[in-house]
Write a protein that binds this ligand. Structure first.
Ligand SMILES: CC(C)(COP(=O)(O)OP(=O)(O)OC[C@H]1O[C@@H](n2cnc3c(N)ncnc32)[C@H](O)[C@@H]1OP(=O)(O)O)[C@@H](O)C(=O)NCCC(=O)NCCS
Length: 198
């Protein structure tokens, strides 16, 4: 597969996003609980920005969104923070560094706004954990999700953060795309089925 392009999500992409999400859910169990209204799940809470990866046939093969996290009403003003959510790449497009490219878009968006990023990952999301840690995210703690797995069992969440980088401090690692160009797509498993709604 030629490397798909990453661009901002448009309203007309939502059907394609839901189709891609359905495939990821079937193969990887992400999200752990299939949303009652997947279009709405991708649209809400109203994302500050969302991006898609689209292939040569204009099919959506990847997605990510960032959601602003408001300051606590009665708390002191904190650093601006946003959550990275709804990150997925369809199985046939994996291994092309699309997950990294989507995550990079979120990071660039945050860096321009001096915004820290956070995200939650359900225990067992091996591929996603490797992706985040490789991209410099730090696991800062764990908790039990306020929602349960489909079988009713509790779900453990790992919390990751990525502090915003000051302008000029952008030390880009060797291009993941270049490193990965010779690797066939879908050459790895996604790392399990326990990633959650996040
Ligand atoms: C996680 C996911 C988005 C990765 O997509 P991808 O496009 O294949 O990721 P990339 O090609 O950019 O991988 C970048 C790095 O992540 C790590 N990685 C990705 N998939 C991996 C896997 N299956 N096993 C081990 N490491 C993996 C590697 O370090 C990789 O770099 P390398 O190949 O040079 O070593 C994809 O597997 C997915 O959609 N999973 C299901 C949904 C999900 O878990 N979403 C996260 C919700 S919080």
């Amino acid at each position: 597969m030629n490397r798909p392009a990453v661009r901002r999500r448009r309203a007309t992409d939502l059907d394609g996003c839901v189709a891609a999400l359905a495939e990821v859910h079937r193969v990887d169990g992400y999200p752990l609980n299939w949303p009652a209204d997947p279009h709405r799940w991708l649209r809400e809470p109203h994302p500050a920005r969302a991006w898609v990866a689209v292939d040569a046939d204009a099919a959506v093969v990847g997605h990510v969104a960032v959601h602003r996290i408001p300051d606590q009403v009665d708390g002191p003003p904190g650093r601006p923070t946003a959550e990275v959510a709804r990150l997925f790449v369809v199985p046939k497009a994996r291994g092309l560094a699309l997950g990294s490219a989507l995550l990079d878009r979120a990071r660039q968006w945050a860096d321009k706004r001096a915004t820290d990023l956070v995200l939650e990952l359900a225990a067992g999301g091996t591929a996603a954990a490797a992706l985040y840690e490789r991209a410099g995210w730090r696991c800062v703690g764990t908790s039990t999700a306020p929602w349960a797995a489909p079988d009713g069992s509790p779900v453990s969440l790992r919390h990751y953060t990525l502090r915003h980088r000051a302008p000029g401090s952008d030390v880009a690692p060797a291009s993941t795309a270049r490193r990965r160009a010779s690797r066939p797509a879908a050459s790895r498993s996604s790392g399990g089925s326990s990633t959650s709604i996040s």
